[in-house]
Design a binder for this molecule. Structure first.
Ligand code: SF4
Length: 308
């Protein structure tokens, strides 16, 4: 499934891959935020009636999936199979995946089907130090399905990551977190009022989820992600608050936060908003300058955080 993808600056293309590895095109530019795959091609879509579907979703046997894709060195280390689940409780002004926000718009895919797809890439994951990432939308909108996929991946010896805003962190059981190696925690602002303006929701559940992760002696590892939007999330005080919060997690568990990613805003999600007929309030917002990105990264580094 070779197609043009975005790439984080720290990406590397593995020097050698096994014969059955999927070779990915080298993406060109850093993503400002999560992108999605092209759909559920290759996954069998389940055909069940509504009642059975709801029961199966509650039990985690069935998920609502927007798309999946293979990526290298984004969404975690190595080559990863990232699955974008449908449904999100936030309404971020800069959302690049507005087509993932409604759970009803996803395709029904069984956990067995997705795990079978994941199993096919075990050798690739092993060769590249990769694994799976559950993203969205919001992965924790479907905690039972996510838990089954994560458990199945761990049973296969596969590295696991979730990409989450943390807003629904309370929905993640301790047993589920036992099966998560890495959490990509998207902190959209360090200021409660700004967070509400950006997302329509409260900041505190995200902060509480991060603290809960850091309190767990065995992990998971945490990467903090921060989307930098000029005029919206570039104020010095707001970034200081996020940086201080990230550093505080390392005081709870030294080494808990191993990376901060500052993701420059871009306009590549704009067409999706237009296609959905929704008002996109950032239509005139420019990507941040190189100097601004460096200023913000320096703020995080000043708190002793490894920052890209
Ligand atoms: S958390 Fe925000 S940016 Fe991410 S999918 Fe939900 S609305 Fe979009």
């Amino acid at each position: 499934m070779a197609r043009a993808m975005l790439r984080h600056p720290c990406n590397t293309v593995p020097a050698s891959l096994p014969d059955d590895a999927v070779r990915l095109e080298v993406p060109l530019q850093a993503p400002a935020h999560r992108r999605t795959g092209a759909g559920v091609d290759g996954l069998e879509v389940s055909d069940v009636d509504r009642h059975e579907r709801l029961t199966a979703m509650r039990e985690g046997r069935l998920g609502s999936v927007h798309s999946w894709e293979l990526v290298t060195a984004v969404d975690g280390p190595g080559t990863r199979l990232t699955t974008f689940l449908s449904g999100c409780p936030l309404q971020c002004l800069y959302c690049h995946n507005p087509d993932t926000l409604a759970m009803k718009d996803g395709q029904p895919v069984t956990s067995d089907e997705l795990l079978a797809r994941i199993s096919r890439y075990t050798a690739v994951f092993r060769a590249t130090g990769g694994g799976i990432t559950l993203s969205g939308g919001e992965v924790l909108m479907q905690p039972a399905f996510a838990a089954r996929i994560l458990r199945g991946a761990k049973e296969r010896g596969i590295h696991t990551a979730i990409d989450t805003s943390g807003y629904l962190g309370a929905a993640a059981s301790d047993a589920m977190l036992d099966d998560v190696d890495l959490v990509l925690l998207d902190v959209k602002s360090g200021d409660p009022q700004a967070y509400r303006e950006i997302t329509g929701r409260d900041l505190e559940p995200t902060l509480a989820f991060g603290r809960r992760l850091a309190t767990r002696p065995e992990g998971p590892e945490i990467w903090i992600r921060y989307v930098l939007v000029p005029g919206l999330t570039d104020d010095v005080e707001g970034i200081e608050a996020v940086a201080a919060y990230a550093a505080s997690l390392n005081e709870i568990r030294p080494g808990a936060v191993t990376r901060v990613e500052v993701l420059p805003f871009h306009q590549m999600g704009r067409d999706k908003w237009d296609a959905l007929g929704r008002e996109y309030r950032l239509a005139d917002t420019e990507p941040p300058s190189v100097a601004l990105v460096e200023r913000v990264r320096a703020q995080f580094r000043a708190h002793g955080l490894v920052t890209y």
